[in-house]
Ligand binder design. Structure first.
Ligand SMILES: [Zn+2]
Length: 699
């Protein structure tokens, strides 16, 4: 690698705003290869000379990981928003080396030993709380990755890790293959009766891709598959009950027989996870999982789940009763005996009748510029910060991307963010997310002056782009998504923590990280906020009151059923990773059926093999962590509850409560345990009452 190439490679700049205009896919491999070589030698050097002090251990680690994060973070970001075959090839070329480096780094014995020495040294008590948490998390994470094991135990641990990686990959491949292996080709119009035009287009396109060259949305044939965008609308709108049943049965038996059977993999995965947990000194994998989460114990999660279960069970039962009555009133012969394949269908019919509006009707009231205005007005009122456009002050990766500045009460800029709002299917990943472009940190320069690096966030959404000269008109759901991601962004941008490792969302426990995001969603239903921004883009007319009432009512439609469903998955996950003994008398499927007795109102069919496709826990990051969805929701609802108690119509009370929220939840980030942060804001431990009340389930 020539010196000139280094100077010219924009991916090696290593600090400041990414020079997006200059970065090309061909920079990736050379930049990362060179960077990793340099970091390897820096790591070796650090391992040889490390001293167990903040400046001799954590600061050099921060510098090292920041260089990797800066360059590789940009590549990862571009993979999400400006994907291309060239970029993907480059990414795949260097990714294994990056992963290998991360592993070496996180399993470094000398660094682990230095962290332990720092923890035991006299200087420990000179560290501030944030620094102590960073050190403790580093020790914990290293131990959870097996660094504290020696000899045979270490070999066994590594062998388990390897086998688990293979098994979970195989699990997820089996689900994919089994999903792909099934399809129905429908040829007569009565078979697709009830399905919306968007689905007919999708199904005709799928048929064409499968060789039915002449397939059209109007006359078919139509191909229905078990992919969610095909499956779900069919279950919701397809009038042919026999076909729904066929699809449903195929769906719940995915990856449960033949070559693609995940049953033995489930046993093996659970057994290896238990063994791994035991090697690390835990009684169960659930205990291992909770060691790095906010929830203090399996007991605590079960207690919370049980409380929510009791509150939602009767409501879910009533939901089913209501649905039966509704179906019967519409003349459905199955009305009194609804089966699994009828629920989504009748729930949609009932929803249409009850709320009688479509997501499309609300779009004209939510043009993006007005929604942003409403959002920025809200955060100004709550948190005292001012958001202003700063377009042109930062290079962007696409002309639609905007750049904003956040200033505090004194007018001083404290953070910035990019907003990439629109869907671009050809190059941008689906979904919405917030990501860290630059993290806050207090840095000492070579000359000895101290400067604060200001945080910068990426906010990425996938909403409808502007068409025909109109602004981007958003669905209410897209508005909620924007508020949600902005909540993550606020925690990243309004942090006051000076140590990079605990600033913003860094070092925040997995089951607490959705607190600020879900909290912000609540404001979409706040009358003043909603009515302040929902104005017709042509006439300026405020959203009619009946729509507002319907939005409020629709929010809790069948909420008992929805909550019970999440609790069912969470409790099955926990039981399998805590008490379940693989190879015993009870199978994993038996466990699920047993838990279903108290967590479902329409029990699963005896042949239901849902676990065989439960990728969240067998192939994703949610093992003994599925409960996090509800855990974080309790926190976010209770946080919003503080504003309700203060008075949603009382500007001064909102400002005071907002300031407290900013100084605790948003400012403290990962510098304190999330329970302590929550208590500083709320003055007590979390209560489930606000979540139950918001869901219409309060006693
Ligand atoms: Zn989120």
């Amino acid at each position: 690698m020539s010196a000139i190439a280094t100077v010219d490679n924009p991916l090696l700049k290593g600090q400041g705003l990414p020079p997006f205009a200059d970065i090309q896919p061909e920079h990736v491999v050379s930049a990362m290869t060179q960077l990793l070589a340099e970091l390897e030698s820096e790591l070796a050097n650090l391992e040889a000379n490390v001293t167990p002090t903040w400046s001799g251990l954590v600061e050099p680690i921060d510098r090292l990981s920041e260089r990797l994060r800066w360059s590789w973070g940009i590549v990862g970001h571009l993979m999400g928003v400006k994907n291309s075959p060239e970029l993907r090839t480059a990414y795949e070329t260097v990714q294994p080396q990056v992963v290998e480096f991360y592993n070496k780094f996180s399993q470094s014995q000398p660094l682990y030993a230095a962290f332990k020495a720092l923890r035991a040294s006299e200087t420990w008590n000179t560290l501030v709380d944030a620094q102590k948490r960073i050190v403790e998390a580093a020790i914990r994470d290293a131990e959870l990755s097996g660094v504290g094991l020696a000899g045979e135990q270490r070999d066994r641990f590594n062998a388990i890790q390897l086998e688990l990686a293979e098994l979970t990959t195989k699990f997820s491949n089996n689900v994919l293959d089994a999903t792909k292996a099934f399809s129905l080709t429908l040829t007569s119009p009565d078979e697709v009766e009830g399905l919306p035009p968007s689905w007919l287009s999708l199904a005709a396109q799928a048929a064409r891709a499968a060789g039915e060259e002449k397939a059209t949305p109007e006359i078919g044939p139509w191909r229905v598959t078990l992919d969610f965008p095909s499956y779900l609308p069919f279950m919701q709108h397809g009038k042919r009950r026999d076909l729904r049943e066929k699809l449903y049965r195929a769906f719940i038996s995915r990856a449960s027989s033949g070559d693609l059977d995940n049953t033995p993999l489930i046993e093996k995965i659970l057994q290896l996870r238990r063994e791994k947990a035991n090697l690390l000194g835990f009684n169960s994998y659930a205990e291992l999982s909770l060691a790095s989460k906010m929830a203090p114990s399996v007991d605590a999660v079960e207690t919370l789940s049980e409380e929510l279960r009791r509150a939602s069970y009767d409501a879910a039962k009533q939901d089913l009763e209501d649905l039966r009555t509704f179906a019967a009133s519409k003349g459905a012969p199955e009305g009194s005996n609804l089966q699994h394949w009828d629920i989504a269908f009748w729930a949609e019919r009932q929803r249409e009748e009850k709320f009688a509006f479509s997501a499309e009707e609300l779009r004209p009231y939510f043009p993006l510029p007005q929604v942003l205005n409403g959002l920025f007005t809200l955060v100004n009122k709550l948190f005292g910060v001012t958001v202003t456009a700063a377009d042109g002050q930062a290079p962007v990766w696409h002309e639609d991307v905007r750049y904003f500045q956040i200033a505090d009460e004194t007018g001083e800029a404290i953070a910035y963010f990019y907003l990439d709002p629109y869907s671009r299917p050809a190059e941008k990943r689906g979904g919405a997310w917030m990501d860290d472009c630059i993290g806050r940190a207090k840095l000492t320069t070579h000359e000895g002056t101290v400067a604060t690096r200001k945080p910068v966030a990426y906010l990425v959404c996938n909403q409808t782009p502007p068409v025909d000269g109109k602004p981007s008109l958003m669905t209410f759901n897209e508005v909620e998504t924007l508020f949600h991601e902005f909540g993550h962004g606020l925690q990243h941008m309004l942090t006051k923590v000076d140590d990079a490792g605990a600033a913003g969302i860094n070092n925040v426990e997995w089951d607490a990280v959705e607190l600020p995001s879900q909290f912000m969603e609540n404001w979409c239903y706040h009358r003043e906020t909603l009515m302040g921004m929902a104005k017709h883009y042509e006439t300026g007319e405020t959203l009619p009151e009946h729509y507002y009432q319907k939005l409020i009512a629709a929010r809790n439609y069948m909420s008992g059923s929805a909550m019970l469903r999440q609790l069912h998955f969470g409790l099955v996950d926990l039981e399998l990773h805590h008490r379940y003994q693989p190879g015993g008398m009870e199978t994993a499927s038996d466990v699920r059926q047993r838990i279903a007795k108290t967590t479902t109102v329409l029990p699963p069919l005896p042949e239901d093999a849902f676990l065989c496709s439960f990728g969240h826990i067998f192939a994703g990051g949610y093992a003994a962590g599925y409960y996090s969805y509800k855990w974080a929701e309790v926190l976010s609802a209770d946080a919003f509850g503080a504003f309700e108690e203060a008075g949603l119509d009382n500007p001064q009370a909102l400002t005071e409560t907002g300031k407290r929220f900013r100084n605790t939840v948003l400012a403290l980030g990962g510098s304190q345990h999330p329970m302590d942060v929550f208590k500083s804001f709320r003055g007590r431990e979390p209560s489930t009452e606000p979540l139950l009340r918001h869901s219409g389930l309060a006693a």
